[in-house]
Design a protein around this ligand. Structure first.
Ligand SMILES: Cc1cc2nc3c(=O)[nH]c(=O)nc-3n(C[C@H](O)[C@H](O)[C@H](O)COP(=O)(O)OP(=O)(O)OC[C@H]3O[C@@H](n4cnc5c(N)ncnc54)[C@H](O)[C@@H]3O)c2cc1C
Length: 389
């Protein structure tokens, strides 16, 4: 790992994706998508045709074999063109491919993974609730078994369920045993998003504008027990599905989003600083701006090392809980600071919707919050390293 060249297939993948983003997601298109808060389905289909969704799916299920470093590079490269392409990519390849490969029953794997590898199925996360953010083990959405265990009935409300209107399935984390021991009383149910009894209410937000996030109401939603993630035998085993290796993958995925967006910020500010002239020279000739930009590039380099080391550990199946938490913490916090510095470089134009910068910064500000906040990562790391409390 230390100081080796990037594998050739990943270098080629980056080149293809850079060309793809240049051709298919230029600045004027991004402005259009931002204004309508929608990602382009047809462009995503073209992206999927490159095979990238297969990077999280084993070969025996129609994928390219799991390659977490390459999949991380996909998020990074797409992130340099905003959230519009990595959003649906993650909701297919990571939420779907990652979780089903890791935790699905054999039946779920056989049914879903080939379509995921083709980029044809999307998944939404129904974890947060109005009263539950970081403390996911306290969800109050209720799942119970009926018909002698054949049917799961779900009641409750999920908040911030991103893409709940176009996703095919919602991963719904539910309390399945109110009297049970904490962490052993949860079940993850893979609910078809068009199931009877589901309704949605859109929320307003300023980040991740590739789509809308929703409050999703489950009222007497009935699905077969085969929809339990991992199969009927995984009743009350939802926490392990959420907190195991899938969580390490998720931390890397969110850090990769932040890293890609931070690069977008640096690239835009760098170009702008070379063109904008004040006091008779490009503003990049003023020491304050030069230093700001070089600091940003240096911080990016540190983020790159943290991120890809964590991705590499996950890829090798090595223990990575601490390293993935450190990467999520460091990359997301630093990426946000990089974004704010780059916005300063662009002066008033960093606040104008004519440039990407204002949106990139709004997206970056969200990164230390989503997918396990920076505070939560600090807690995890302290606990994992055995710091007495
Ligand atoms: C645009 C957007 C999209 C999202 N998409 C999804 C989605 O698709 N699915 C989904 O389930 N969720 C989604 N979320 C929710 C997101 O994951 C949560 O916002 C996140 O988990 C934090 O929860 P919270 O905002 O309720 O904060 P809270 O948990 O209420 O925390 C508030 C503050 O207190 C701190 N805090 C809380 N507990 C502790 C502690 N023990 N120690 C130290 N500090 C603590 C937090 O770090 C934070 O600073 C989305 C959010 C946004 C904004």
């Amino acid at each position: 790992m230390y100081f080796t060249d990037e594998p050739e297939h990943i270098a080629m993948l980056r080149e293809n994706l850079r060309r793809f983003c240049r051709d298919k997601a230029p600045a004027e298109k991004r402005r259009e998508w931002r204004a309508t808060q929608r990602f382009p389905r047809e462009v995503f289909a073209e992206l999927a045709a490159l095979g990238v969704c297969g990077l999280t799916v084993p070969e025996e299920h129609g994928g390219l074999g799991q390659d977490w470093v390459a999949a991380t590079a996909v998020i990074e490269e797409l992130g340099r063109a905003g959230t519009f392409l990595f959003g649906p990519y993650i909701q297919c390849a990571f939420y779907g491919g990652g979780n089903i490969s890791e935790s699905g029953s054999e039946e779920q794997k056989a049914e879903l993974l080939p379509a995921i590898a083709r980029g044809e199925l999307f998944f939404a996360y129904g974890l947060s609730e109005p009263d539950v953010g970081g403390d996911l083990a306290s969800v109050s959405t209720r799942a119970r078994l009926e018909d002698g265990g054949d049917t799961v009935v779900i009641d409750g409300v999920k908040r911030w369920c991103t893409g709940a209107d176009w996703a095919d399935y919602i991963f719904c984390l539910a309390n399945s045993d109110p009297e049970g021991e904490r962490y052993r009383n949860l079940t993850m149910v893979l609910v078809p998003a068009d199931a009877a009894g589901i309704t949605r209410q859109p929320l307003t937000h300023q980040n991740l504008l590739y789509t809308h996030s929703y409050d999703v109401y489950f009222e007497d939603v009935r699905v077969p027990a085969s929809c339990i993630l991992g199969g009927a035998g995984a009743w009350n085993d939802g926490w392990r599905k959420l907190a195991g290796r899938s969580l390490d993958v998720e931390k890397v995925e969110v850090a990769a989003m932040a890293f890609g967006l931070a690069q977008a910020a640096v690239e835009e500010a760098w170009d702008y600083a070379g063109e904008r002239r004040q006091f008779g020279r490009p503003i990049s000739g003023h020491q304050a701006i030069r230093h700001e930009l070089v600091q940003a590039r240096t911080r990016l380099q540190a983020c790159r090392h943290m991120l890809y080391h964590a991705a590499w550990l996950v890829d090798r199946g090595r223990p990575a809980t601490v390293e993935t938490s450190m990467a999520k913490l460091f990359v997301c916090d630093v990426a946000m600071e990089i974004g704010l510095a780059c916005q300063r470089v662009m002066g008033a134009y960093g606040l104008s919707e004519e440039f990407d910068m204002a949106q990139t910064v709004r997206d970056l500000v969200g990164m230390p919050i989503v997918g396990g906040s920076s505070h939560m990562q600090l807690n995890n790391i302290a606990n994992r390293l055995g710091l007495p409390s």
